[in-house]
Design a protein around this ligand. Structure first.
Ligand SMILES: *[C@@H]1O[C@H](CO)[C@@H](O)[C@H](O)[C@H]1NC(C)=O
Ligand SMILES: *[C@@H]1O[C@H](CO)[C@@H](O)[C@H](O)[C@H]1NC(C)=O
Ligand SMILES: *[C@@H]1O[C@H](CO)[C@@H](O)[C@H](O)[C@H]1NC(C)=O
Ligand SMILES: *[C@@H]1O[C@H](CO)[C@@H](O)[C@H](O)[C@H]1NC(C)=O
Ligand SMILES: *[C@@H]1O[C@H](CO)[C@@H](O)[C@H](O)[C@H]1NC(C)=O
Length: 615
């Protein structure tokens, strides 16, 4: 393929150095497809290594996405007659398949460049095409110049371009190409503040001296104000004594960046907090060659936190951990070019999940980045992928971030709130994927009675990419109406999708990592915890012969709020402001939305009745 490619390139007009008699065909006219300003915080480090391989992914337009969205909302709306009638994998694929003309045009182009079907990997719905090629070749076919970029603060490296082009005739048939302009790092959303607190001698989760009352009327061990365990969450969220037993239920955790979930640590955790789960484990599924190193030295703090709490709460619901390949930080000085570590792991996981016949019914992801580090075209497309999983009956939870209204950085000293668009405007910085309207974003609380977390700050605010979905209209308009007039004008988009949707405890979680116990915090903790309870709710529905919950938000905003604990105090500081306030509902006993803690934290005892109200 390589040598053929060179010939073909010369025969077309990529370099504009054709014999004078050759008339450039229309296909030869390239036009810029996407151009960005070099994002803040990144500096050009050097040329990209020409021989290094990159997996270029081309997104073809999903011709009937509007129809898919309509189906999604119908099957997710508890008041609709189609509620719970999720689509099959084939039905979803039919709705996102590209138009045959797009497929033909792109196929012809790739063939003209010398690629054969063997060089091409296609997604199940044919809407993504991937080719793995050296960076030098990517530069030629995209008229792009890749560089190694360095992230100043973290020292991470990445290979990206700030602009790429496509032949004019392909613009309407290719929505986007990545990795090109995407500087998102999708880091774990975990606060570093408490990670450094190893607990001496594995103290057993102590039965406390007394009990405290949570707002919902339940009683909780007093020790839960120092250390959060599975028992604390079962008490606080009113699920004591509930044992799942339905067949066909499942729960999943995603892992990236070589974060490995350690089985031995899970046993230590179970021995400490969930003895009846001892000896049970989880399935590990490798995505695109993702590794699974079970050495204790390689145990990931994020991965261990996620599996220990999600699987600890939902035991014995069938658990899966997905380990997706891809390892930024890229190491630019490596003599031997590592193969393909430039991939963009997020859509890799989505492709895999969408081609899976049976995705887990509730999946938690604790990785994200500032919305503005992700090109709009990419955010839209990834968000459309989440909609497809929702239409198939999967509930997707994402942590809302740890930097309050600022960027995901929980440290106010290094937090930045300046736009990446070349204009350097000061603005609140929402997180992605939490800002996608087709996922459930989970913010953080702490203490009992619960308040919005303040040791780091629960990510919240308003998307600059996605408009407010109608399921949020009533609640978010009411919340906006209560904001002091003119406050934060210009700092946020009041018409944007508001985040988070819900919240859960997020600090002082006792987790076993590499053979030791740590206290760890972050919305990284709240998302898997909330997901554990969603899995329990799916159990309730499956046992009653009903469908799984699927995309949760229409249910949460129309009915579920009555089974959520309103969080009425705390705020999410950031960008040198106090951020937004948690707010008291006008309706005591019913949660009301705030851009800090969403609708609130789960009261399983009430939710398990509410989820049965709909067919
Ligand atoms: C776990 O396995 C050990 C060793 O086989 C056994 O002694 C113990 O009873 C098991 N525990 C549970 C909860 O199954
Ligand atoms: C797993 O990690 C350990 C410790 O870092 C390392 O020594 C070992 O070679 C790794 N194993 C594999 C199979 O990569
Ligand atoms: C924005 O900030 C960057 C980095 O500090 C600077 O190089 C650039 O000139 C600024 N642009 C504007 C329009 O102020
Ligand atoms: C939050 O509450 C404080 C204290 O009541 C008030 O001064 C501030 O304006 C409120 N901020 C918002 C965004 O509502
Ligand atoms: C909560 O809201 C529901 C639905 O609007 C209403 O029926 C119920 O009375 C409210 N509960 C309280 C305690 O106000």
């Amino acid at each position: 393929m390589r040598s053929l490619f060179k010939l073909v390139v010369l025969a077309t007009c990529l370099f504009g150095s054709l014999p004078s008699e050759a008339i450039p065909s229309k296909d030869c006219a390239y036009r810029v497809k996407e151009r960005i300003s070099p994002p803040r915080g990144w500096v050009k480090h050097g040329d990209a290594p020409a021989d290094r391989k990159i997996s270029l992914k081309f997104a073809l337009p999903q011709s009937k996405f509007g129809e898919l969205e309509k189906h999604l909302y119908e099957v997710s709306d508890p008041d609709h007659e189609r509620y719970g009638q999720h689509l099959s994998k084939e039905e979803v694929e039919e709705l996102v398949a590209p138009h045959p003309e797009s497929l033909d045009t792109v196929n012809d182009w790739l063939a003209s460049l010398g690629f054969t079907e063997e060089d091409i990997v296609r997604s199940s719905a044919q809407d993504w095409i991937t080719i793995k090629i050296p960076i030098s070749m990517a530069e030629q076919i995209l008229h792009a110049k890749y560089h190694v970029w360095k992230h100043v603060e973290s020292g991470d490296y990445i290979v990206r371009t700030t602009s790429y082009s496509l032949p004019e005739t392909l613009h309407e048939h290719i929505e986007l190409v990545q990795p090109t302009t995407m500087f998102g790092r999708f880091k774990p959303e975990k606060s570093n503040i408490f990670k450094a607190t190893p607990l001496p001698d594995f103290p057993a989760a102590s039965k406390s001296e007394g009990v405290i009352s949570a707002a919902s009327g339940v009683t909780v061990d007093a020790s839960c104000n120092q250390i959060i365990t599975i028992t604390c969450l079962q008490q606080l969220y009113n699920a004591v004594g509930f044992t799942p037993s339905a067949k066909g239920n499942s729960v999943g955790i995603t892992g990236y960046l070589e974060q490995f979930a350690n089985m031995q640590d899970l046993q230590s955790f179970f021995a400490d907090q969930r003895p009846d789960a001892l000896n049970s484990s989880f399935e590990v599924v490798s995505v695109a060659g993702g590794l699974n190193n079970q050495s204790l030295a390689e145990a990931g703090d994020e991965a261990n936190l996620d599996v220990q709490f999600a699987f600890g709460i939902s035991h014995p619901i069938s658990p899966t951990f997905f380990t997706t390949a891809g390892r930024p930080p890229f190491i630019p000085d490596l003599d031997e070019p590592a193969d393909d570590d430039e991939n963009e792991p997020y859509t890799t996981w989505l492709d895999f999940m969408l081609s899976h016949p049976n995705p887990p019914l509730a999946i938690s992801t604790s990785y994200g980045d500032d919305e503005q580090t992700v090109p709009f075209s990419f955010a839209q497309r990834a968000c459309a992928g989440f909609a497809q999983l929702g239409a198939r009956g999967v509930s997707l939870m994402f942590s809302s971030g740890d930097g309050g209204v600022g960027d995901g950085d929980p440290d106010p000293a290094t937090q930045t709130c300046i736009t990446n668009d070349g204009r350097n405007l000061t603005k609140f910085i929402p997180g992605f994927p939490a800002s996608c309207p087709f996922v459930t974003s989970v913010g953080g609380t702490s203490h009992i009675p619960e308040v919005a977390v303040s040791t780091f700050f629960s990510g919240g605010g308003f998307s600059n990419f996605f408009p407010r979905p109608s399921y949020q209209d009533k609640d978010v308009k009411a919340y906006l109406a209560k904001l002091p007039k003119g406050l934060y004008a210009g700092l946020f988009n009041p018409n944007g999708r508001a985040i988070p949707d819900v919240s859960a405890q997020s600090d002082l979680f006792k987790v076993f990592i590499g053979g030791r116990a740590f206290l760890i915090g972050g919305t990284s903790a709240s998302s898997p915890s909330f997901t554990g309870f969603v899995a329990l709710l799916n159990d309730v529905r499956l046992k009653a012969g009903k469908s799984p919950l699927g995309f949760l938000n229409p249910f949460l905003y129309s009915k579920g709020f009555a089974g959520l604990n309103d969080i009425t105090s705390g705020n999410n500081a950031g960008c040198g402001t106090p951020g937004f306030n948690a707010s008291k509902g006008w309706d005591p006993g019913n949660a009301s939305f705030s851009a800090v803690t969403g609708l609130g934290t789960p009261n399983f005892g009430i939710l398990k009745k509410l989820v049965l109200d709909s067919h």
